[in-house]
Design a protein around this ligand. Sequence first.
Ligand SMILES: Nc1nc2c(ncn2[C@@H]2O[C@H](COP(=O)(O)OP(=O)(O)OP(=O)(O)O)[C@@H](O)[C@H]2O)c(=O)[nH]1
Ligand SMILES: [Mg+2]
Ligand SMILES: [Zn+2]
Length: 355
Amino acid sequence: MTDDLASLAPTLESLGWTPHLQAWADEQARGVPGRIARASRGHCLVFTAGGAILAASSSVRSDMGTAPATGDFVTVLHTDDGPTISAVAERRTALTRRAPGRVPEPQVLAANIDDVFVMHGLDRPVNFRRLERQLVIAWQSGATPLVLLTKADEVGHHEEAVRSISQIAPGVETLAISTVTGRNIDRIRERFTGSRTVTLLGLSGIGKSTLVNELSGGGVQRTGQVRATDKRGRHTTVTRDLVPLPDGGIVVDTPGIREVGLWDAEEGLAKTFPEIADAASHCRFNDCRHDREPDCAIRTARIDGRIPARRLEHWTQLRVELQYQQDQLEEFRRRLEAKDRIEHERRHAGPGRRP
Ligand SMILES: Nc1nc2c(ncn2[C@@H]2O[C@H](COP(=O)(O)OP(=O)(O)OP(=O)(O)O)[C@@H](O)[C@H]2O)c(=O)[nH]1
Ligand SMILES: [Mg+2]
Ligand SMILES: [Zn+2]
């Protein structure tokens, strides 16, 4: 059960605490160091040298503009109102998506991670577009993506799926795994050493928590059956939990996510579509729109068949999405500023000057 997380007592070193972080914590004047095991609205479960503690985090939200996320290194201050997160250390890496909803803002799914396991169930057809989106945010995070095809025991021929994914995920290791037969579980286990932190990403019901339990050798995380009719998961996991493994390494279990909105992901996009990014750098014009411009390397590569039409179409759509996002953010900021200005003027205009 997930509540077992609070009973774990990993050392700060095993969680990745470094002399560099210690120097940072010392600068914070007060507060005990720790790493966030689970971030919820308003409070976080934090692993500290003295065990796991529940700390309020609302003040940080307003003071620093950084909402603490699972995996963050923090300091916790014991105040009259109880433990409160007083500071969040700069993130080494962060898996970030656009938060669902109308307001353009980022949401950090996991911080200070080394690998992102992008997971798909072999019990249903692989959705290439979803996979590419996940790879964009995985690459953008600064961590290394790896594709895991789960439930290999349920299908006879997974070689074909692995092959087709290798084609659309160049440079990304792809493994078919099964927690039932143990296929490739040792290969995965090998990655978990020291304080190496891996986060899982994928739809509900594909076996994320089952893998966590397999790696941790116990039932740390609750798992749930998928619906037999359409293989849909039941959103069993509802929090992002940092689980230290007994033999080293740390895994972040996450709730299944369907919507992978991009947030500031130009670099991740280029790494996910390297053949297109490479061609783009050879266009005659720096601001080539890859439309009717002369000497457009992308168009040439497309005609030569070096860039598949489906890939180019998806890349183009994702670029448009990023641009739209940027425009929306600027518009949003402009409106906020205007609102602040009106507010400011209203406060500073004396009563006599009111119309
Ligand atoms: N056959 C087979 N079933 C598996 C495997 N891994 C997980 N399952 C089953 O898939 C179902 C869903 O597993 P979970 O681990 O709860 O899935 P999850 O990705 O954590 O789902 P959410 O928490 O809802 O996001 C359970 O019934 C598991 O027993 C596998 O390798 N093979
Ligand atoms: Mg789960
Ligand atoms: Zn071009």
